[in-house]
Design a protein around this ligand. Structure first.
Ligand code: PEP
Length: 256
């Protein structure tokens, strides 16, 4: 079986300015032990304005934490007031870019087509998209969850090539579990992540699908991360609220 290196990413959303961001990373590094980093990737995704200060800190202190961004525009440059391009992120040593988060889809009207163009932009600049997919509660209750997620994958990955499975991370984030304190049961999360892998095998091939990391996201906390991540198709976590506490995020990273 292809070995997948789990990836645990903190999505800070619109929290922490550039000074608070430095403090948060410093505290996180203080709480993490050397072996917490082993065999997995740790990522922090601060707001855009904090990327530069966090990048400088990570480099100067040689911290084995990767930098992530929460969004990007699909074009490399142009008259897009207020937007940030993947080109700009790549120059800041950003390694991962969250794309298609449900808050972007819901609040900013991002369609699968837009998400698809962003995935392409992130790859063009040799970064790795964390592609978010997930159903809302009504869809789950109507038994449509897998269909919804499969359709999001098909739309968001249309025409996207994956030469190396490490180039793409998929985050399964049931929308009803984000920021609500409700978590999918480990079995439900596993079932969906397995369905995602099956779809990735039909979009690509078995071997590629076996190598793509699939995260679970939705109210991940120190108390539930171990069981979620022990599921065979769950290869990490995308953590919102709990990543704003250095103690909690360190416990999540060090859950093993
Ligand atoms: C998220 O924002 O991606 C997320 C999963 O948030 P939370 O952990 O707060 O549910």
């Amino acid at each position: 079986m292809t070995e997948r290196v789990p990836v645990i990413a903190g999505n800070w959303k619109m929290h922490r300015d550039h000074l608070e961001a430095i403090q948060l990373v410093q505290k996180l590094a203080y709480h993490l032990q050397e072996d917490d980093y082993e065999g997995q990737e740790v990522v922090v995704c601060p707001p855009f304005v904090a990327l530069r200060s966090v990048q400088t800190l990570l480099q100067s202190d040689k911290l084995p934490i990767h930098l992530g961004a929460q969004n990007c525009h699909s074009e490399d440059e142009g008259a897009f007031t207020g937007e940030i391009s993947a080109t700009m992120l790549a120059r800041l040593d950003v390694r991962y870019v969250v794309v298609g988060h449900s808050e972007r889809r819901e609040l900013f009207g991002e369609t699968d087509e837009i998400v698809n163009a962003k995935v392409a932009a992130v790859q063009r600049h040799k970064m790795r998209p964390i592609l978010c997919v997930g159903e809302v509660l009504d869809q789950r209750e109507a038994g449509q969850a897998v269909d919804v997620v499969v359709s999001q994958l098909q739309g968001s990955l249309a025409g996207i090539r994956v030469a190396d499975p490490e180039e793409l991370v998929v985050a399964y984030e049931p929308v009803w579990a984000i920021g609500t304190g409700k978590t999918a049961t480990p079995q439900d999360a596993q079932d969906m992540c397995a369905a995602i892998r099956t779809e990735l095998a039909s979009l690509y091939d078995e071997q590629t699908a076996a190598g793509i990391r699939i995260q679970y996201g939705g109210s991940v906390k120190p108390g539930n991360v171990r069981e979620l991540m022990s599921q065979p198709d769950i290869d990490g976590a995308l953590v919102g609220g709990a990543s704003l506490s250095s103690e909690d995020f360190a416990l999540i990273v060090g859950h093993r």
